[in-house]
Design a protein around this ligand. Sequence first.
Ligand SMILES: [Zn+2]
Ligand SMILES: [Zn+2]
Length: 270
Amino acid sequence: MVKEDTPEYVVEEPEFHDYSYGLVNIQKNQWLDLIRRGTITEKDIEYLAKFYASPNHASNLKRLAELEGKHPSSFITSCTSLGRKVSEIFSIPSIPREGKPDSEKLYPIVFLGRSLSNGLFEWKLRPELTAALEETYPQILAAETVKMEEIEEQEAAKLSVEELLIRARNSRSGPADTYTSTSQQRRRNPLLQLAAKARANGVCQLCGATLGFKDKQGRPYLEAHHIVPLAEDGPDELSNMVALCPNCHRKMHVVRDQDDIAKLIALAEL
Ligand SMILES: [Zn+2]
Ligand SMILES: [Zn+2]
């Protein structure tokens, strides 16, 4: 592969910076204490989870408010009041932020910050606080992350292709953040998966294709599919299963065409 020169529109964003200049040194256990003692309230968790759910656990206050359909002042008030409570408990001296409003002097207690090339300022949850939240509220954080992904996807779909590509090229590389999913999974019986595929005998039961690729054992590659999804209480039984080529399998999940479903039901009962 030829390595291209970095195009001009790719911007290196700065690392996040401690705008408390070392005055804040709160460890995970201390954040956990604040959560246990109720200094960080359930209301605080609500908006902290929104930062958590944003890429890099960071967001711009105005952008976050826009995405949530709220006025920025609601976030500003909350972040300021939490910063004030924490600074009082730990007797943190006033953080200098010359010429900035009082509120901005309190954000660095809870957040790291960085100034983006587009002029926006991003606040990122302190890593020690992030770890404490993950330990205490994994479900809330997971639910918020899923919600935020949907919102970000809707927003991205509004962009022009050009803008979309510029933003994608400027998004940070490296391993993606993790979060602990707490969704329930259905058990599936591997024997039935194999049986459904054996019954189809290498032929996709929707399109009849036999031209797909072969797996490492040289067998035509098919995927077992539940006509009524397990997640919707469909039975894990051969009479609810078919074997499909990967393309048709995706189609069944994306399009859910009624004629296709009727055709597969008839075949599954054989
Ligand atoms: Zn097919
Ligand atoms: Zn399926």
